[in-house]
Design a protein around this ligand. Structure first.
Ligand SMILES: Cc1ncc(COP(=O)(O)O)c(C=O)c1O
Length: 458
């Protein structure tokens, strides 16, 4: 099973990162599957693989420098296949004790890395960062407003407000929609020159909102922003949140993984002061999609927030939490078992060196691009580089065009971003533990070609 993932990784690395896809051609190809007559399963699987080979942006490619979609640790891919085949149900501990205990064991490592005592804190797997962030919003509501659980938002004395930076992930907007808070409850706070939330601007915004009758209940510190990789000053934000009696959530969906690194752990300084943390294993920990984690040092709150009972559910087991009573999901896939497999197969030192290496490659990329005339416009010790170039200042070769030229050539993949203040840049993130220095050379050459190349790119 190890081999199956390794073999696919090798095949992906040998091809282009992406190729043009025609929606019409894909649909025509799928016309073969009308579901009237059965097709032999191995034929179906062969065709799925072939469709994946031809019809995906290959996010596991060593030269995919895109959004936070990783290459996959082979043992984690194997574990995901085992999870699919055994199909453990961890809505309750007693139905899937082996899966629940594997998850517990590995999640305790993450709790300790945040700086919490695993016996006095709690963590559970989520479908991803958006669910973990929504969980944080619900927990913060439950903690701040005892009347909310039965009476809902209507029972609250005033409109609750939550605070995010300009660089925060937009899943908080979604969380405001699904919780019924409304998008107006999301208050956006200005960032500094390094795109980190300004604690002074947070304090001013909260004071204004209080005067307007709003009730601040949640401050979100982003620890590794999606566009710029910025890490908000968690210590200072914690001081403001504590003064205001608000829950502090750290969204470390991508960045928190460097808590397990040796050389960059300091970047996450103060994260343990948060009440809760989002940490996606399916980003920098290189585990397949569908493995986020929500962690909290207030383990009583998720139960207060989510607890409902069902007369058809098996009785609880002494000493174990049943996840359907403490989380948003009911039926629950063993989503953290692949994380267990990744950590077990690499070992702590292996995980640390994977993360350290990715960070070092980020530094090397910054240097290479500077040597090629690019200017880095973000500032982070994490491996995410946003660059511009004198040739990109005008409309002819703006960041979107440059990224699109690179993508179309298929040798590397980067994306365009707009940062606070309207700064447009090309964003390149080290997402794969398979990336090498030689891959950085290819990326630098591709970017040079895209900004300086001839009219064939027009
Ligand atoms: C900082 C941050 N938070 C949350 C999310 C949402 O995570 P997911 O896509 O796993 O739901 C992302 C996604 O990239 C992110 O970058």
């Amino acid at each position: 099973m190890n081999d199956f993932a390794g073999e696919i990784a090798r095949a992906v690395a040998a091809g282009p990162v992406s190729r043009p896809v025609s929606m019409e051609a894909l649909r025509r190809r799928l016309d073969r599957f009308d579901f009237d007559a059965p097709v032999d399963a191995s034929d179906v699987l062969r065709e799925i693989r072939s469709l994946f080979e031809d019809g995906l942006v290959q996010v596991t490619h060593p030269r995919y420098f895109g959004l936070f979609n990783p290459s996959v640790v082979p043992a984690a891919a194997g574990a995901a296949a085992l999870v699919a085949a055994f199909n453990p149900q961890i809505a309750v501990w007693s139905h899937a004790p082996a899966a629940a205990e594997m998850e517990r064991r590995v999640l305790r490592v993450l709790l300790a890395a945040v700086g919490w005592n695993p016996d006095a804190s709690a963590a559970h797997a989520t479908s991803g960062g958006a669910e973990a962030n929504t969980t944080a919003v619900v927990c913060a509501l439950a903690a701040a407003f005892p009347a909310w659980r039965d009476g809902g938002l209507r029972a609250l004395p005033a409109q609750p407000a939550l605070y995010v930076s300009e660089e925060a992930h937009h899943s908080f907007e979604k969380a405001a929609l699904v919780t019924g808070l409304g998008r107006g409850a999301v208050r956006v706070v200005a960032t500094d020159a390094a795109f980190r939330m300004r604690p002074d601007a947070l304090a001013v915004r909260i004071a204004e909102d209080r005067r307007a009758g709003l009730v601040p209940f949640l401050v979100v510190a982003t620890a590794g922003a999606t566009a710029s990789g910025a890490v908000d000053p968690v210590r200072e934000l914690a001081a403001v949140a504590a003064r205001e009696g608000a829950w502090l959530h750290a969204d470390g969906a991508w960045g928190a993984s460097w808590l397990l690194s040796t050389t960059r752990r300091h970047v996450l300084d103060g994260i343990g002061l948060a009440d809760s943390v989002t940490w996606d294993a399916h980003k920098a920990l290189s585990v397949p999609m569908g493995c986020g984690v929500f962690l909290t040092r207030r383990p009583d709150v998720p139960r207060r927030a989510f607890d409902v009972a069902g007369p058809y559910m098996p009785p609880p087991r002494e000493g174990a939490d049943d996840p359907f009573r403490t989380t948003m999901q009911w039926s629950r896939r063993a989503a953290a078992v692949p994380l267990f497999a990744a950590m077990a197969s690499l070992g702590r030192a292996g995980v640390a060196s994977m993360l350290d290496r990715m960070a070092a490659l980020g530094d090397a990329l910054r240097e290479r691009l500077a040597a090629s005339g690019f200017r880095t416009v973000n500032s982070t010790a994490l491996p995410l580089v946003c660059v511009t170039h004198p040739a990109m200042e005008g409309e002819r070769r703006h960041a979107g065009r440059v990224a699109s030229i690179v993508q179309k050539r298929g040798r590397a993949w980067v994306s365009p971003v707009t940062l606070p203040g309207g700064v447009r840049a090309v964003r390149a993130c080290i997402t794969s533990f398979l990336t090498t220095e030689a891959d950085l050379d290819v990326l630098a050459a591709e970017l040079r070609e895209a900004v300086e190349g001839g009219s064939s790119h027009e």
